[in-house]
Design a protein around this ligand. Sequence first.
Ligand SMILES: CC(C)(COP(=O)(O)OP(=O)(O)OC[C@H]1O[C@@H](n2cnc3c(N)ncnc32)[C@H](O)[C@@H]1OP(=O)(O)O)[C@@H](O)C(=O)NCCC(=O)NCCS
Length: 323
Amino acid sequence: MYTHIAGIGSAVPSRILTNDDLSKMVDTSDEWIVSHTGIRQRHIVSPEDSAATLGCEAARRALSDAGVDPEELGGIIVTSTTPDYAVYPSTACVIQGMLGAKNASAFDLSAACPGFVYGLSVAHGMMQLDPRPMLVVSTEVMSRTIDWTDRNTCCLFGDGAGAAVLKNSEEPGGLGFHIIGADGTGARALYREGGVRTEETARNAPGALHMDGRAVFNFAVRSFCELVTKSFEHYGYTEKDYAWVVPHQANTRIIDAAVKRIDVPVGKFYVNIQNFANTSSASIPIALDEMQRNGVLKRGDRIILVAFGAGLVYGGITVEWTK
Ligand SMILES: CC(C)(COP(=O)(O)OP(=O)(O)OC[C@H]1O[C@@H](n2cnc3c(N)ncnc32)[C@H](O)[C@@H]1OP(=O)(O)O)[C@@H](O)C(=O)NCCC(=O)NCCS
């Protein structure tokens, strides 16, 4: 039995914040942001929306793309670093209720930016036990976690959601080799309080995200190269066997650094960070949806999804596109 991506969808807020807009808020410039990150603009959530509402919209589009009714779903996995509620209920439960997916289990999976890749891996495993379709939703409202006076971080992130519907079938293809991992010794390289780690953190509002940009950068390049190389080795393939590498959209400089270390031409990396900035776990499904809508992805294409982020965690998965 093979597990396929049968439907894909995304939803991004209509409000756009450009680098020039940002340069009126903090001491930065379009030139600095573009040259250091590749980002030109980001989408910002409206006051009425949240991770659940954006995620629900992306999910509806993915379900329609797959031709799957919400009641057919066996499970919903939501990945978000910006859930509607700090602990419970899970954003997956909120979305399950909004969709009317009354037969689906629902839980959130915490794996930061690689959440979508982790979500695909876990859903794939669950579908060996229960073959009903599953929904993976990655949805982020990063703008609500940012210190808008900190130029080091405020230019990097954006809001949006992406979703995939997975279906089992006898047809070869779909999800392939996957590798997920973590290095918890880097836990403080990228974090946001809000848990009950201490009396103080339990009682105070979470506050903004904190990041050691250089440490995250180095981890990202290292894990990026390892994930791509291991995916090649697993099948005995080279870059010629893959149509695309779709990386987590964090920074074009991370891709440039990886290209110097692995044998993949830069043109094979799909990049749309210029329009969306880093939307954390939503970045890969937003990219996949864009690729499908623009006819970039063709049936039979082999692609590799790679991601890294807070934890520190990493995840990669190969997919043969069968839509
Ligand atoms: C954040 C990042 C872009 C910074 O780039 P960098 O080349 O490492 O820059 P540095 O941290 O060395 O800072 C260089 C200078 O630029 C300044 N700077 C930082 N952000 C700036 C901005 N938006 N505009 C202008 N200057 C800025 C810094 O203050 C520093 O100035 P100083 O030397 O006077 O102190 C880079 O480290 C990075 O991309 N890291 C990974 C981040 C990431 O992807 N996180 C999410 C992973 S999921």
